[in-house]
Design a protein around this ligand. Structure first.
Ligand SMILES: NC(=O)c1ccc[n+]([C@@H]2O[C@H](COP(=O)([O-])OP(=O)(O)OC[C@H]3O[C@@H](n4cnc5c(N)ncnc54)[C@H](OP(=O)(O)O)[C@@H]3O)[C@@H](O)[C@H]2O)c1
Length: 332
């Protein structure tokens, strides 16, 4: 609790299996100028947290070692110079770390109001994937209405967001996923066609569905052999956006189609980017996406909510790849 100046956080006791996620007593962080302290009610779980637990994705310099990239809760204290927020306001925020805790601090620029009608668990499931998808599909990938988007890993947290936002902004959306159930979920979220990657070749399917043209943007969390195949699936002037590597970060690629189709190969990682960049994305989300969430056009897909102390179970489920959408921890 804030008064006792210590709080419970879930820390990574050493790199390893989910059991290394253990409760620990940590000091309640104080907000620096420009920061807000949030009394956390719910924290989203993301694949990068699993990588951090495994020792493969360290926090950027100066950022707490407590995992957790997004939270929802209430404003608990304001750092010097923070305007527009009051103690007690409901808030959700994108963090560079520290979400698996009773309290966290975050630049006010990375905080957003909770869209009307959402629970704390739903609000905690928004920031990481919505910032990432906006930044990569709409900024780097420059997806336009009427264009075709291929989302790999359609039922991942990232995928469920990308499908919905792509469709909401007027694109034709295709998605890859494993098995009939996950494919059906992708279609329910707005994909025109879901491709079971265990049964079908996504290159052939999207080429056929687009009359041989291919898709305009690929959002890839898979990497490995998907890189060359995604390049094959792209239309002239297409954009390949890489944001993850569940099949590996190296690829054997023929660059000839990059030249002949004038493709753009790009990618990005959000966590280490400057606060000013995250603020710019937050402003876009607030203006262009939060109204869609408040209207129910776009919804965070929460697969399961775990008590905070059971963070290890949430990681186990994530690594089993059984989930559709997001996993969330609740505090208290
Ligand atoms: N660059 C950034 O800024 C950024 C930010 C956030 C996340 N990410 C990355 O985005 C990815 C997704 O994150 P998330 O939190 O949404 O993860 P998630 O919900 O755990 O989803 C990962 C999905 O990957 C699919 N998958 C696993 N192994 C696969 C394989 N060998 N081939 C094809 N698909 C496979 C699984 O679905 P199936 O069962 O259907 O295969 C699984 O549901 C991660 O790689 C993460 O590191 C990047």
């Amino acid at each position: 609790m804030a008064e006792s100046r210590t709080m419970t956080a879930i820390e990574v006791s050493q790199p390893g299996k989910p059991e290394v996620l253990v409760p620990a007593n940590r000091p309640v962080p104080d907000p620096a100028p420009g920061e807000i302290r949030i009394a956390v009610q719910a924290a989203g779980v993301n694949r990068p947290d699993v990588l951090q637990r495994l020792g493969k994705y360290n926090p950027p310099p100066g950022i707490t070692d407590i995992p957790g990239l997004e939270v929802a809760g209430t404003v608990d204290a304001l750092g010097e110079g923070v305007e527009g927020w009051r103690v007690g306001d409901p808030v959700c925020a994108l963090l560079a770390g520290g979400g698996y805790a009773e309290f966290c601090v975050v630049p006010a620029a990375q905080c957003l109001p909770i869209p009307a009608g959402l629970s704390m668990a739903e609000a905690a499931a928004l920031p990481e994937t919505f910032f990432t998808v906006w930044s990569n599909v709409f900024e780097r990938g420059a997806l336009q209405p009427g264009e075709a988007l291929l989302v790999h890993g359609g039922t991942s947290g990232i995928g469920t967001t990308a499908i919905q936002l792509g469709a909401a902004f007027g694109a034709r959306v295709f998605a890859t996923a494993r098995g009939a159930e996950k494919c059906a979920a992708c279609v329910r979220l707005g994909a025109e066609r879901a491709i079971d990657y265990a049964e079908e070749d996504f290159v052939a399917v999207v080429k056929e569905a687009t009359g041989g043209t291919g898709v305009n943007v690929v959002l890839d969390i898979v990497g490995g052999d998907y890189v060359a195949r995604s390049i094959d699936a792209l239309a002239v002037e297409g954009r390949y956006v890489c944001i993850g590597f569940v099949r590996g970060a190296t690829a054997n690629v023929n660059f000839f189609p990059v030249m002949t189709k004038r493709l753009v190969l790009t990618g990005s990682t959000l966590r280490a980017r400057p606060v000013a960049y995250k603020q710019a994305v937050a402003e876009q989300l607030k203006a262009r996406v939060w109204p869609l969430v408040a209207a129910g056009t776009v919804k965070p897909v929460v697969h399961e909510v775990f008590p905070f102390a059971n963070a290890a179970d949430a990681h186990r489920l994530m690594e089993s790849n059984q989930h559709v959408g997001k996993l969330v921890l609740t505090v208290g």
